[in-house]
Design a protein around this ligand. Structure first.
Ligand code: DX5
Ligand code: ZN
Length: 227
């Protein structure tokens, strides 16, 4: 029950030294690398693509890479990220013309598949595809930017998602993304999340005395989850 995973979002990392940033958060105990892909179309921002995912693999990153696609259309990016070494690939159901097909593409490529729900997107998209899902990702902010505040209504939605997952009897991770901090992570876990994306909370927490040190923020997040 306490199989919690912490997934730093590299959106808030220093992109000029990304390999080192990823090495440092993993050395501090991060479980998963959360990789935000934005296309200036589905969301109003532009980030990184499959080449950067591949570059992290070539750099020696062996941890799971959790690719969060905020792109439209999604299918070509799915193929490219399978090639680039993704572990999880999640997409927003509104961005795919054929949700079942996109999920199947991910699974056929040997990756774990998930759907992402914006704050106002209904969980009913899960109704007919639960058997093709390894992860449910709830956005607790509107997608596009790091550093926004957690939307409290997401807590009820987490409880609803948790109930659906438990009823499915499948092993499906419940991930939360947006505004996760040391002071709200316990409440978010209590509502049913088991995988926690944190961008600004981790990458902006470095001490000036040691800009590479993520140990203390990672320890604070784990301590908050343990209580
Ligand atoms: C937002 C991204 C998030 C973002 C979270 O669209 O999906 O992963 O990096 O950043 P914080 O943790 O700062 O809210
Ligand atoms: Zn994300």
């Amino acid at each position: 029950k306490h199989d919690y995973l912490i997934a730093p979002s590299i959106l808030s990392a220093d992109f000029a030294r990304l390999g080192e940033e990823v090495d440092n958060v993993l050395a501090a105990g991060a479980d998963v690398v959360h990789f935000d892909v934005m296309d200036n179309h589905y969301v109003p921002n532009l980030t990184i693509g499959p080449m950067v995912c591949k570059a992290l693999r070539n750099h020696g990153v062996t941890a799971p890479i959790d690719v969060h696609l905020m792109v439209k259309p999604v299918d070509r990016m799915i193929s490219d990220f399978i090639e680039a070494g993704a572990s999880y690939i999640t997409f927003h159901p509104e961005a795919s013309e054929h949700i079942d097909r996109s999920l199947q593409l991910i699974r056929d490529g040997g990756c774990k598949a998930g759907l992402v729900f914006n704050p106002a997107t209904s969980l009913s998209y899960l109704d007919y595809v639960m058997d093709k899902i390894d992860m449910v990702l709830l956005m607790s902010v509107n997608p596009g930017f790091g550093g926004q505040s957690f939307i409290p209504a997401t807590l009820d939605k987490l409880r609803e998602a948790r109930a659906r997952i438990d009823a499915s009897n499948r092993s499906i991770r419940l991930e939360i993304d947006g505004g996760v901090k040391v002071d709200n992570i316990a409440e978010i876990a209590a509502a049913g999340a088991d995988t926690f994306v944190a961008g600004s909370a981790i990458f902006n927490a470095r001490q000036e005395s040691d800009p590479h040190d993520f140990d203390s923020v990672m320890r604070s997040l784990r301590d908050a989850l343990a209580n």
